[in-house]
Design a binder for this molecule. Structure first.
Ligand SMILES: Cc1ncc(COP(=O)(O)O)c(C=O)c1O
Length: 359
């Protein structure tokens, strides 16, 4: 593919120091030396990608994104194997989801082959930033914003698309341990017909209040219920959720209010291949609480790029905290974590064709 990318390298003397101690690295606070950027305007379409030194961008204070939040983003990771290979995990699905989000938010589509090729160029330039210790990765944040300076409420005619990179340590700084979650029955995240399935900033802004209140009570994530009956389970924080009742894994179906997670999809595909029963269906919080009480709820876990699998050890609902699996990591949680992270870092064979090589 003829990439036609303009690359402006950071001067050697200006290169930043790559973090060495990943155990202390906070999420999303360090950024690499370079970024990728493209500009869109009607009727010209997208400009060629440019790789430039990482730095502030200038937009007008009238830019639509600042007023009406026309914004979408993605999150994925690049890994380095023990033999020095750089690899991505199903990145096409991230760019497909970006285009789905773009369609809902009246934003332009990107050419998936082109932006993936540009991302690979950026990763090759930033190779020294991709860690290879277990649990670490280079987090990738593609973002599209409406940059047209215009205060009318309409779809903008100008956009910026950029990709920034941030080295991340393990989600489980104190080992692979369960998290405590709280069922949210006051606030909602998304409603039918809304934008819950899109990765758009407003969904996250709207979730902050509930997350703050849950954190005050000692819960790290909010488990969202449906907007109409406050009965059916959606997703948890920035993860999809699954429950194991007896030997069956159940995860809420994609009803348009939850994000179609790539980890969730990978878990489903993995379980189907391994013969582990897994069902996508509506599941009520009452069904879960009943299963806890009767002892049939064997485990629960979140699924997302950040943690891959986050075992749930306790669930708070209507003034009561219920323990799950004695606050221990469940059998399927461990299996899925080991298998999927093993494929991501090149320790396990990629039988699914999930890995996209970079170099
Ligand atoms: C709201 C929400 N749900 C689910 C997920 C999990 O999606 P994925 O597995 O693609 O990271 C994320 C993270 O991106 C998210 O932000």
């Amino acid at each position: 593919m003829n990439l036609d990318i303009k690359i402006t390298h950071v001067e050697q003397s200006q290169l930043k120091t790559v973090p060495q101690d990943y155990s202390k690295l906070a999420f999303g606070q360090n950024f690499t030396d370079h970024m990728m950027i493209m500009r869109y305007s009607e009727p010209n379409g997208w400009s060629p990608a440019e790789i430039i030194p990482y730095g502030d961008i200038t937009i007008s204070p009238a830019a639509s994104v600042l007023h009406y939040a026309q914004e979408i983003f993605e999150g994925m990771k690049a890994y380095k194997t023990s033999t020095g290979k750089i690899q991505l995990f199903r990145p096409r699905l991230n760019f497909e989801r970006l285009n789905t989000s773009a369609e809902r938010m009246c934003m332009p589509q990107v050419d998936i082959d082109y932006v993936l090729a540009a991302l690979k160029e950026l990763l090759k330039i930033e190779e020294r930033w991709i860690p290879s210790q277990k649990g670490t990765a280079l987090y990738i944040r593609p973002t599209m914003i409406a940059s047209e300076p215009f205060l009318g409420v309409h779809a903008a005619k100008e956009y910026l698309f950029f990709i920034i990179l941030s080295p991340v340590g393990s989600y489980f700084k104190d080992g692979f341990k369960p998290v405590k979650i709280m069922v949210e029955d006051k606030y909602i995240r998304a409603a039918p017909g809304g934008v819950g399935f899109s990765k758009t900033g407003g969904n996250y802004a709207a979730s902050l209040k509930a997350a703050q209140e849950a954190a005050k009570k000692g819960y790290s994530q909010v488990l969202w219920l449906d907007a109409i009956e406050r009965k059916y389970i959606g997703e948890v924080g920035a993860m999809n959720i699954a429950f194991r009742i007896n030997d069956e894994i159940i995860t809420p179906e994609l009803d348009g209010t939850i994000l179609p997670g790539i980890t969730r999809r990978s878990v489903i595909e993995f379980c189907k291949k391994r013969g582990i029963p897994i069902t996508e269906r509506r599941i009520s919080v009452e069904e879960i609480i009943d299963a806890v009480k009767s002892g049939t709820l064997k485990e629960a876990f979140g699924m997302g790029t950040a943690a891959v699998i986050a075992p749930v050890g306790a669930i708070f609902y209507k003034d009561t905290e219920y323990l799950i699996n004695n606050f221990e990591v469940g059998e399927y949680s461990r299996l899925l974590f080991d298998e999927i992270t093993g494929i991501q870092i090149g320790e396990k064979e990629d039988l699914f064709g999930w890995i996209e090589p970079v170099n």
